[in-house]
Design a protein around this ligand. Sequence first.
Ligand SMILES: [Co+2]
Length: 239
Amino acid sequence: MTTTRRDLLTTALTAAGAVVTPRLASAQSPDHDHDHDHGGDHQAVPSDPALRAKALESVLVAKGLVDRAALDVVVDLYEHQIGPRNGARVIARAWVDPAYKQRLLTNATAAIRELGYGGAEGEQMVVVENTPRVHNLVVCTLCSCYPWPVLGLPPVWYKSAAYRARSVIDPRGVLREFGTELPPEVEVRVWDSTAEVRYLVLPERPAGTEALSEEELAALVTRDSMVGVARVGPKEAHA
Ligand SMILES: [Co+2]
């Protein structure tokens, strides 16, 4: 018998659906409510939407309607450029404007909206400040909750089972793998995102940047520094 690509995809989608349902049911808990629509990230096999997206992409590419390289450019744009640049502007504003920083730390959602950013996946924002004594790290232990309006799409590593588990068990080890070595006296705080609350790290402003403009400061702020896996260095390449 001939097995078509469509049959394979149908089988894969059905199998994924069968796995997803019981896992999702058991993943619900009162203290970490994940009653939202990216629950597909909760299992190891690709999620139902991911499989559908992949199937759709395959068909479009096969029919010559889209170019895979062009798709990669679009994803890169949202994942690395547009999204994190919004967050970087928020951080730079906080660095130059103490009153804004205060508003950001007390009501992040409203302060971020002042700069025009908000909406889906960012309705309830909390900003946590790095200091010489405290370093903050953001994770979503159950799936991939992430503040889209300020950071764009979550990177693949943020969604990985390894990052989600190890950020809690061994945050310093995870930070080391990202090249971030923290002195032992610095306290590491790990923030577990939920469907409701999304966290953004306010990194420390690097020394020697007093003469920089707000725009130049924003250019130093990387996506990774706002998730907390990195710090902002004066010579850091942009995200
Ligand atoms: Co989540």
